[in-house]
Design a protein around this ligand. Structure first.
Ligand code: BDR
Ligand code: CA
Length: 306
C-alpha cells in the first residue's frame, strides 16, 4: 500500500480525489493538509475533515497556510466550486477538529518518521510544500515522491491564457518545489484537459454508491454548469483525481523529463516553462494519459464504495 498525504483545497474535483484515495485498495491515506485556492483555508480545512469523516477514513487533517509565500492572496474560485466549496451543497459541520500541527509541521514529521515511504500529492497551490521545505530542507531527500496537479507546458492556461490556477495562486512556492531536488511528477493541463467525466458517469456513481457517489453527484452539478458556460461541454475535467491515480498507476501516463521553472512576475506570472540548460533536476511531466483506463479506475473505485 502506498502511503500518501494529499494537500488540498476542497473543491469539487478535490473531493473526487480524496474520496478516491480513501476507497482505493492500493492507497494508505495518512493525512490531508489544507490550503486556500478554491476556497479559503478555513473552509478548505473544514471540507477536508468532512470528506474523510464521510468516507469513514478519519485520518488527520492539518491546517495549512492562509496566504502565498510572497505575493498577495488572489480571490477564491467560488464561481467554479461554489461558496462553500462543494457546489450547491450547503456547508457541512464535521464532527471532529483538525490536529494541532500546521500542515508544514505535519508534512515534515510524517515524512521524517517514514523515510522513503511517503508520496506527497498536491492538488492545490504549493504554499504548504514550500513552507515545509523552509522548515526542514532535509525532507527533500526523505519523501518517496511529489506529485503536483498543476501547471501546463503546452496546453495553455485555465486562469490566464498561459497559467494554470494552482501554480498561479502561489507561483513563488511552485518555483521552490521545482528547484528542490526531490522526485517531482507534474500532472498538469497537458493531460487533465484530455480527460472528462459526464453527468451520466456521476448519475451511475450515485446509483451504485448512494452516500459517496450521491454526494459527488450533487456537488458536481455546479462544476458541470461552470464547464458548460466557460468550456462549452456538458461534463467536467478530472484534474485532481488524475494526480492521485498517477501515483498508484503510473503506467497509465506517458512522461517527458524536463527541468522546470515558474514565471513569477509580469503578464505571464504563474506559467510553468521548461528551464533547459539550468542545473535544476528534471521533473517528470505527464504529456499523455490513458483516458479510458483512468476513467475506469476512478469510476469503479467510487462505485465499489458505499
Ligand atoms: C485545479 O484548480 C482547481 O480549481 C482544481 O481543484 C484543480 O486542483 C485545476 O486547474
Ligand atoms: Ca484542487
Amino acid at each position: 500500500m502506498q502511503k500518501i498525504i494529499i494537500d488540498t483545497d476542497p473543491g469539487i474535483d478535490d473531493a473526487m480525489a480524496v474520496l478516491f484515495a480513501c476507497l482505493s485498495p492500493g492507497i494508505e491515506l495518512v493525512g490531508l493538509t489544507s490550503i486556500f485556492g478554491n476556497v479559503t483555508t478555513d473552509i478548505a480545512t473544514r471540507n477536508a475533515k468532512v470528506l474523510v469523516e464521510m468516507a469513514k477514513c478519519d485520518v488527520p487533517v492539518a491546517r495549512g497556510a492562509d496566504a502565498p509565500v510572497q505575493q498577495e492572496a488572489k480571490p477564491v474560485a467560488w464561481d467554479v466550486h461554489g461558496r462553500e466549496g462543494f457546489g450547491d451543497v450547503a456547508a457541512i459541520t464535521p464532527a471532529g477538529e483538525p490536529v494541532d500541527e500546521t500542515a508544514a509541521e505535519f508534512i515534515c514529521r510524517t515524512v521524517s518518521d517514514n523515510p522513503g515511504e511517503v508520496a506527497l500529492c498536491t492538488v492545490g497551490p504549493l504554499t504548504n510544500l514550500a513552507r515545509a521545505l523552509e522548515m526542514d530542507p532535509s525532507i527533500a531527500g526523505k519523501v518517496k515522491s511529489v506529485t503536483v496537479m498543476g501547471g501546463s507546458l503546452d496546453a495553455g492556461g485555465n486562469i490566464t491564457p498561459s497559467s494554470e490556477a494552482n501554480i498561479w495562486q502561489d507561483p513563488h512556492a511552485a518555483d521552490m518545489v521545482f528547484a528542490a531536488g526531490w522526485d517531482v511528477t507534474l500532472v498538469g493541463l497537458d493531460v487533465t484537459h484530455q480527460i472528462k467525466c459526464t453527468p451520466e458517469d456521476f448519475a451511475g456513481l450515485a446509483a451504485k454508491a448512494p452516500v459517496l457517489g450521491g454526494f459527488l453527484n450533487e456537488a458536481v452539478q455546479y462544476y458541470f454548469e461552470f464547464h458548460r458556460r466557460v468550456d462549452g461541454f456538458n461534463g467536467c475535467y478530472m484534474h485532481d483525481p488524475s494526480a492521485v491515480i498517477s501515483i498508484v498507476q503510473p503506467d497509465l501516463f506517458a512522461v517527458e523529463h524536463e527541468p522546470l521553472r515558474v514565471i513569477v512576475e509580469g503578464e505571464e506570472i504563474g506559467r510553468t516553462v521548461r528551464a533547459a540548460g539550468s542545473d535544476r533536476p528534471a521533473t517528470s511531466v505527464c504529456k499523455q494519459i490513458d483516458v479510458d483506463a483512468v476513467r475506469k479506475v476512478f469510476l469503479e473505485t467510487i462505485s465499489n464504495g458505499f
